[in-house]
Design a protein around this ligand. Sequence first.
Ligand SMILES: N[C@@H](CCC(=O)N[C@@H](CS)C(=O)NCC(=O)O)C(=O)O
Length: 208
Amino acid sequence: MQLLANTTSPYVRIARISMIEKGIEIEPTIVDPWTDDPRLRSANAATRVPTLVLNDGTALTESLLIVQWLEATRPAPNWPALIGSDPLEIEVVLSRAGIALGAIDASVHTIITRKVTAPVLFDETPVGLRRRRTMIEGMQRLEILADMIGESVSDHGAPQLDAICATVLYDYQRFRYGDQSWLPATPRLQALAEALRVRPSVSTTMPY
Ligand SMILES: N[C@@H](CCC(=O)N[C@@H](CS)C(=O)NCC(=O)O)C(=O)O
């Protein structure tokens, strides 16, 4: 099994944390998605990370599809349930994860579009400001939910998808926009992200 990854992508990190919590600890194969690495080109038509190449050569792409594959192939109770185990819990976890994913998408979109628009900064355009609003509102909504998200660990002590995505968002925002005055103070979200660093899945996958 080979995980084509980079060291910054929040999507890669969602997949890596989920894989480690499900007992798959493989050293990622670091590639630069922007230089058309042939391994990534052949495995993924979109040339994006993460891409997980299984032992039979099948390539899994899209972070949430990798999580779906993990849930199906390593189900509870032997493995932690990442999206919850009963319908109401699943609904709550997915709803909260969606808030974080919307903000992650806005965040990555801003970073990627800067590559296109430089030296004119995308951030101050109408679409850029809309993406910023998504990041701010997403973080503020998660700040209100952070304590509850922190309580909803699975029976193995593993974080569920909502906590994984909220933590990945928080750390990515600090990594990319830590010096920006518009980044909202989110002390509860910060506490959640820092508390989860006791998990090797979280501490060993910090962006750099
Ligand atoms: N929806 C995808 C997004 C993956 C993605 O956009 N990865 C970025 C890195 S953060 C990438 O590889 N970008 C290269 C490109 O867009 O060409 C997922 O969830 O895995």
